[in-house]
Design a protein around this ligand. Structure first.
Ligand code: NDP
Ligand code: HSE
Length: 427
């Protein structure tokens, strides 16, 4: 089995080490049911040091690598283009493809799967969601016949690492992000992580496999963690919550599906609250299976490479046996329900002018938008005055309208966080 790899970074290097480890050789041959030969590793810049990869394997000529009689092409480079073009070229030649590229799979996964099928090749992407966690294979095979109502989890290691550091060590946001980058968790452009794009791409992939949706990547409500301040983390801790970035895909009524990636205050008794650092966790609620949960290392070169390697072995085994995976047909009747239509408890933090009547004015804004306040606390005085609210269940669009009116109010300096609160152990 001739294997080519595009990408010699955190994941690519760890994969090359696994593929060339003599102690694993027999297990690899057994898993693939054929000997594997690593033909080459494509990078952008051969002069940059690539420790752990034999110089003789490095190339910058991706097209030549693809055309070199490959059986399996692994793409661990990242970014939509030129990777989409590379994968299309390989699939058209009947070469099976393994990728960890969630941005690409979220945008073009359906078309690439179709192309793979037309050319008798496989397209596997287990590492694209949850790092080492085998969640996509579970959805594709073990749960293929189950009706799934909800998929919810922590699906971004970088933001979970940052929020954990802010919560447990009082670290500041910038230094926690720099650590996540140096540990190989973050995307090349870390705004993909902290602005929620990476989690949204994973929600797109999960909802396609869980529900068969054929919705566009635009039809996901996305919020990142950049607006979360140390004071929000501290308020959450005092109130019995931790802040996590969640990815959620859930059925709404008979024909709707809500897809969201946003921070949420999670009660400390909730199983997700203790998922820390770069760990990921995914809950699935099936009608007959009941709740299921997966937990594991969601980012980092070595854990991710194990998922890539499993896909390589599956693709190799399929080529030996002359079969390939058939893509799902999908359920085009499901429509997207915008997050604003859903009800939730919210936490809001509002910096106000500390003067008589301000509280009544602010409370009036909540009332005008039908948002009922569950509790309120004031901290600080004068220029430092801040009000923290927890609401009762309210329609999210009404809460967003409250935020908008508060932001324009003369009594309000600024509206800080507006974060959903998970109310109930498995809500
Ligand atoms: P890195 O930035 O560490 O490495 C990227 C590698 O790809 C580099 O070797 C780079 O070359 C090479 N590369 C980039 N563009 C091209 C191109 N056009 N042609 C040839 N080579 C190219 O990324 P990671 O290893 O962290 O991630 C790789 C992929 O895996 C991404 O899609 C990421 O989203 C995904 N992923 C990453 C995880 C992680 O924890 N890191 C987890 C799950 C998925 P050069 O060395 O010359 O710069
Ligand atoms: N940047 C991603 C994360 C890598 O932090 O989760 C794993 O997909």
């Amino acid at each position: 089995m001739r294997v080519g790899v595009i990408g010699g970074g955190f994941v690519g290097t760890a994969l090359v080490q696994l593929l060339t480890d003599p102690a694993r050789h027999a297990a690899l041959v057994d898993g693939a049911t054929a000997p594997l030969e690593l033909v080459g590793v494509a990078v952008r810049d051969k002069k940059r040091p690539h420790p752990g990869i034999d110089d003789a394997l490095l190339t910058t000529d991706v097209d030549a690598l693809i055309a070199n009689d490959l059986d399996v092409l692994v793409e661990v480079a990242g970014g939509v283009e030129p990777c989409r073009t590379y994968l299309e070229s390989a699939l058209k030649l009947g070469v099976s493809v393994v990728t960890a590229n969630k941005a690409l799979m979220a945008e073009s996964g359906t078309q690439l799967a179709q192309l793979a099928n037309e050319n008798g090749a496989d397209l596997f992407y287990e590492a694209a969601v949850g790092g080492a966690i085998p969640i996509l294979r579970a959805l594709r095979s073990s749960l293929a016949g189950e009706r799934i109502n909800r998929v919810m989890g922590i699906v971004n290691g970088t933001t979970n690492y940052i929020l954990t550091k802010m919560t447990s060590e009082g670290s500041d946001y910038e230094s926690a992000l720099a650590e996540a980058q140096s540990l190989g968790y973050a995307e090349a452009d870390p705004s993909a992580d902290v602005e929620g794009f990476d989690a949204a791409a994973k929600v797109q992939i999960l909802s396609t496999l869980a529900f068969g949706t054929r919705l566009s990547g635009e039809e996901i409500d996305r919020e990142g963690i950049t607006g979360i301040r140390a004071l929000d983390v501290e308020f959450a801790r005092r109130s019995g919550y931790v802040i996590k970035l969640l990815g959620v895909a859930e059925r709404v009524g008979d024909s709707g599906v809500s897809r969201r990636a946003h921070p949420a205050m999670v009660p400390i008794r909730h199983p997700l609250a203790s998922v820390n650092g770069a760990m990921n966790a995914v809950f699935i609620e099936g009608v007959k299976s009941g709740p299921l949960m997966w937990l594991g290392q969601g980012a980092g070169g070595e854990p991710t490479a194990t998922a890539v390697l499993g896909d390589v072995l599956d693709a190799a085994r399929n080529r030996v046996s002359g079969r390939h995976d058939i893509p799902f047909s999908g359920d085009t009747s499901l429509h997207y329900v915008p997050g604003g239509a859903l009800s939730s408890v919210f936490y809001l933090s509002v910096d106000v002018l500390d003067r008589p009547g301000v509280l009544a004015e602010v409370a009036g804004v909540f009332g005008r938008h039908d948002v009922s306040i569950r509790s309120m606390e004031q901290e600080g005085f004068g220029d430092e005055a801040r009000l923290s609210f927890l609401t009762h269940h309210a329609i999210s669009a009404d809460v967003f309208a409250t935020v908008e009116e508060l932001a324009g109010s003369d009594s309000v300096e600024s509206v800080g966080a507006c974060i959903r609160v998970i109310d109930g152990s498995f809500e």
